[in-house]
Design a protein around this ligand. Structure first.
Ligand SMILES: Cc1cc2nc3c(=O)[nH]c(=O)nc-3n(C[C@H](O)[C@H](O)[C@H](O)COP(=O)(O)O)c2cc1C
Length: 275
């Protein structure tokens, strides 16, 4: 319809009708509505206490009833004690958000063990009652694990380590410098020079048992990993360290390098280097 042929009030009315009709077509009001989405139904039996523990569950009374906290697992291999995490910084959360940016070139050089420990704590430190963590978790399943690939961390032999937030320890999983292998299986230039790489993994069964489909569980796990990863990357800004997510190109080879069990899937790799 050409509005130029109408009087001013008629043109205004026609314009309103045209806009309303466009809005209705955009919002789909004139289309057949989609079938209703079935209501969310948890698969676990109703009336059961919340969650099965990872290790030994500790019972408590939460806001939503009886709660069995998934107490984190304890290490079985050789361990290294990390320095205590710090709760204070001279960088505000807002400054960290302002300054966050992806590391674009790796400057070789060591990172301090207490800084690395602080990064791991930010991602998945045990921070509260019932073994709560620094990042939220779908269903409180706390499915995430955090691995450290140390290459040049002061006072720590090169190797792959698992982080244990409750005891603030690292468990050695595989000794030796694994960084050269990462240059073959990631899309990040210079990753083999990075002093540390953090890998956030998920034990999927902890979450899949809580939700009706694996698709929903995997979606929630991606969100959970994003929250933990962003925690770590903001903490890195406060520590004047640079970080970048590095996409992997071959998950099977990555699992081989890490030596992780079959039910543990790597989700996010974060390169850490001096800024
Ligand atoms: C899921 C995801 C995967 C990424 N993978 C890579 C990667 O493989 N290599 C890389 O150099 N940067 C990677 N990045 C970083 C992005 O390139 C970067 O965030 C983007 O260029 C925006 O820059 P900024 O983070 O400084 O704002 C990734 C980011 C995300 C969120």
């Amino acid at each position: 319809m050409r509005l130029t042929h109408l009087s001013a009030p008629a043109a205004a009315a026609a314009a309103v009708i045209a806009i309303a009709s466009f809005a209705a077509s955009v919002s789909g009001q004139d289309q057949v509505p989609p079938p209703p989405v079935p209501a969310f139904q948890p698969t676990r039996p109703q009336g059961q206490p919340r969650l099965a523990p990872h290790g030994q569950g500790s019972q408590g009374q939460g806001r939503r009833g009886r709660y069995i906290a998934p107490t984190p697992r304890t290490p079985t291999g050789p361990t290294v004690k990390l320095p205590e995490p710090r709760a204070k910084s001279t960088t505000s959360i807002e400054q960290a958000l302002w300054n966050r940016q992806t590391l674009r070139a790796v400057t070789p050089g060591p990172v301090a063990l207490d800084d690395v420990g602080q990064l791991l704590w930010a991602a998945q430190g045990v921070t509260g009652r019932y073994a709560r963590r620094a990042a939220p978790s779908a269903g409180g399943a706390y499915a995430l694990e955090v691995l450290l690939v140390a290459g040049d961390v002061t006072g720590l032999p090169a190797g792959v380590y698992r982080y244990y937030g409750a005891s603030n320890q690292l468990e050695s999983l595989a000794p030796g410098d694994k960084r050269p292998a990462f240059s073959q299986i990631t899309r990040f230039e210079g990753i083999q020079k990075a002093p540390a790489i953090v890998v956030i993994t998920a034990v999927r069964s902890r979450t899949t048992q809580l939700f009706p489909t694996d698709e929903i569980a995997d979606h929630f796990l991606s969100l959970e990993v994003g929250a933990a990863g962003q925690n770590l990357m903001l903490e890195a800004v406060a520590l004047h360290l640079g970080t970048s997510i590095a996409s992997d190109t071959d998950e099977k080879k990555l699992v081989d390098v890490l030596g992780t069990p079959a039910d543990e899937r790597p989700y996010m790799l974060i390169v850490v280097a001096r800024d």
